[in-house]
Design a protein around this ligand. Structure first.
Ligand code: ZN
Length: 237
């Protein structure tokens, strides 16, 4: 059985006409009975493309789709409460189940409910321009099934094209170099090249007037735009 609102939502989300086939019968909820309002066919997604599509009674209650023993036996299904899986013996597949408030559920993966770019841009502004990683983690923690890698890429694009984020972004790192002047004597013009060898910064200095690489080596400290982020470099002079 399934609740009336849940059945209506299923038909809306799958673009089906909400039409109930008249039937008779009551279902017990505690000490009271709830009559069947009719039946509809609901396609339950499985690892196989065809899925299973049993006939489900609709009742005027707020309940999710509940699979009865008649459907479980007809489809050769059983619930593995040790591994938390719904297993189909007939077609040899299984899907993971989740536990919540003492019950065990099969959650459908609906690929059509991801956030749109407009919704993500609005969330980006409403949450005061967080980084793409922060907002993605927040959405992922809220509902992991509503985000995917495309969501992350869209958020990164939003941050890259957001005027506010770009104006507040840290400036690119610039290295500044100082040389121990007491032990070095150069001519008027030098050519300097900073390169990386095996992950280490190397400052290459050539005297333009005497065009050769000057022998010797010394260490200098490279200072970046970030306080405290300093590195030592080998200087060939
Ligand atoms: Zn922004």
């Amino acid at each position: 059985m399934i609740g009336y609102k849940q059945a209506l939502l299923y038909c809306t989300s799958t673009n089906q006409k909400f039409s109930l086939t008249p039937t008779v019968g009551d279902f017990s909820f505690g000490t009271r009975a709830s009559p069947s309002l009719g039946t509809i066919h609901i396609k339950i997604p499985t690892p196989l493309p065809k899925g299973i599509e049993p006939e489900i009674h609709v009742v005027a209650e707020n309940v999710p789709l509940l699979l009865g023993l008649d459907i479980m036996e007809a489809e050769k299904l059983y619930v593995d409460t040790v591994r938390n899986k719904l297993v189909c013996v007939k077609d040899n597949w299984s899907v993971p189940l989740v536990r919540n408030q003492g019950h065990i559920f099969y959650r459908w993966i609906c690929s059509e409910v991801f956030y749109t770019a407009t919704e993500l841009r609005k969330l980006h502004v409403q949450f005061f321009h967080p980084s793409s990683e922060k907002l993605y983690n927040l959405l992922n923690h809220s509902d992991a099934e509503s985000v995917n890698t495309e969501t992350r890429e869209t958020l990164e694009h939003i941050v890259r094209t957001c005027d506010v984020c770009q104006s507040l972004a840290p400036r690119p790192v610039r290295f500044r170099v100082s040389l121990p002047d007491e032990s070095l004597t150069f001519n008027k013009e030098l050519a300097l090249d900073l390169l990386w060898l095996d992950g280490q910064p190397v400052l290459h200095i050539v005297d333009i007037v005497v065009p050769r690489v000057l022998p010797g080596r010394a260490y200098v400290r490279l200072r970046s735009a970030h306080p405290g982020n300093t590195e030592r470099a080998v200087v060939h002079v």
